[in-house]
Design a protein around this ligand. Sequence first.
Ligand code: 26V
Length: 801
Amino acid sequence: MFSSRSAFCQQFVKKLELLSGKPFADTTSREQFLALGTMVREQLSPDWIATNERLRSEQGKQVYYFSIEFLLGRMLRQQLQYLGIEEVVEKGLLELGIPLSDIEEIECDAGLGNGGLGRLAACFLDSLASLQYPGHGFGIRYKHGLFKQKIVDGFQVEWPDPWLINGNVWEVRRSDEAVEVHFFGNVESSEAGGKLQFRHLNTEKVMAVPYDIPILGYQNETVNTLRLWSAEPSPFPPHQDIMRYKRDTEAITEFLYPDDTHDPGKLLRLKQQYFLVSASLQTIVRSFVKQKGDMRSFHERVVIQLNDTHPVLAIPELMRILLDEYGFSWEVAWDVTTRTFAYTNHTTLSEALETWPIHLFKHLLPRMYGIVEEIHERWCGQLWEETPGDWSRIEQLSILADGEVRMAPLAIVGSFCVNGVAELHTEILKKREMRQFHEAFPGKFQNKTNGIAHRRWLMKSNPSLTHLIDDAIGERWRSEPAALQELRKLEDDPNLLEQLRVVKRKNKSLLAQYVKEQFGIALREDAIFDIHIKRLHAYKRQLLNVLHILSLANSIREEPNHNWTPRVFLFGAKASPGYTYAKTIIKLIHSVADSINQDPIVRKYIQVVFLENYRVSLAERLIPAADVSEQISTASKEASGTGNMKFMMNGALTIGTLDGANVEMHNRIGAEHMFLFGLNAEEVMSYQRDGGYVAREYYTHDPRIRHAVDQLTNGFLPHTGDLFNTIVDSLIEENDTFFVLRDFASYLAAQQTVATSYDRMSWWRSTLVNIAESGHFSSDRTIREYAKDIWNIQPVSHEMY
Ligand code: 26V
């Protein structure tokens, strides 16, 4: 480590001048970032080497997390903290006249994910390393991450995200470990010694080149690895049309797909999936065999967690390796394979369940198709023996159906464990969405409630609160987040509650300063900061929030002299480029914001702001400043949510439905410390089963609803014409699939309670209770549960070395 501030300064200036070829005084922030990043990498390298050595020599079981998304965000400050050099670096830089925060701003967010699923993968890597588990990630090095969002005239416009344009200091290209991945071609079978053998011929070969990113544990000398694959043309390209081959190859890792692109011709997405799993399995099998492992006991030393169905081709791919390369019998290969994989489900929404047209699948991956077909046939045979003649059961459980390959059934049949991501979600899987599977494999289903990396989402993003907690209960919670519960002893300490208030006020002020600088908008800092940030989806009900705002504005106009609690409503959300409804909601939020900002009476009390380009680094600024956390999905629809946990940990109070992990938050803190409203999951599901909900009746009978809904189309919102007709139609003509109007009155009442409770002593007590109970939602807890109940792996201890 740097022995002193001056030692750091000296080394930094030297490194900076060496790398930039300029005198210190002439260097730019970018050059400074690069120099500091390079120093950090050099600093962690010995631990990286040592961690890998340890894993090699111990030959214990390892877990590999396969995910098509890793939403890492920025890494500089986190690396400094984890290495324990933040203070020396920050102060040293300041002596040189450089604020660390300026350098931090240079780093691009690694936006290799859409939302919750990708961010969860990043939090899991953090916890794996911090708890010293032997666990590594495998993913794709997209040249462009999730699109950048610009707002033009209230509409979303997408721009590419060329995050690698200035290089990436954190990655190491490992050309020597490149592997080949094969597409297209044909499969030939031949018989030898009474055994069928398959050969995949005339394929198109693509090089998969790994880029390794070090994943640090928190001040524990552990450095795990995230391996991201990049597609490059093979040095021995096919003879025909080399230009086309090069283009097609590079296209594989060019872009991250924004979720829910309903493009039937999305061959590229399937290519990405196979590219990831084929390359990753080659690395794993290679290193296993190099360590003299016998492939028959592969599953004793390797466990692979499949993050959703996107990497599920790993199941037939491991079968292929064992059958075609190792000559295993089907039975032995299947035994090894199904003991290797575990699968996490992240949604019950049927639109999101992956299927591939057989003709496309077979063309791109002929050998995979042959294997999937055999898995399917054997599985159906087994079902037929269990319940002969029960065609409807077979139809429901089948892997191939209606000309498609169904990935979730393949995942369930081919793995030893299936988990949901919150208690309610897992129950819904077992009782409804996957009932038949649960009956076929009792014991295969487990719950693993999601969690968040408290080191990033509290220690890094909210330093003021972190120090306050340290002062109140010591630092043990940093490594044992459950110890945050010790705060509960201080529930009635008025001094601490006052300090919580001060900290929140300070964070709001910092956010206000940022919003002013970036967007030129002055936020009213004495108002309630009510924040709704997440992907834009109908089921997440940003529309419900907007209708409440319209209605509140109407009430203010009716009673302008009432003592209204001032509020700032902040939104951040990206809509998938092809999701018209979601894009219309973004425009609606802007139109409502304009109408309010132009109204001299209403704008005295409320402010509506849409912050463009929501992403990890913006979330880190918003969440510490939140008073109110909007978690208002239609009950039963949000598998877990993880933003809900981040807000809770930062002392925001939740206004929410009993959905996803909100249910478990409620179980821990009780109804008096959050603002619950709306139908519960049972009620929603029984309406869906039995009918009986008529949205129009709510529109007709509740004048507040009618007033607000009418304002979408009656000219109240300036210059919007019939833009919002589709939204009104979704509510009235299409009978409001997500129960917005059904929950409206209840939401309004909850919002009124928010306003009247704000800033009382009891508010800050609730804040304290939320923080105190949030330790359970650290991903450390989640990862320990996976390690014990699914992976059967132990932490690697350093003591022996
Ligand atoms: C995809 C699609 C595509 C079609 C349109 C509707 C739709 C809705 C959702 C999705 C995302 C599916 C996977 C996903 O990201 N799930 C999220 O996973 C998080 C981590 O487990 C969890 O907290 C969120 O509740 C869940 O939505």
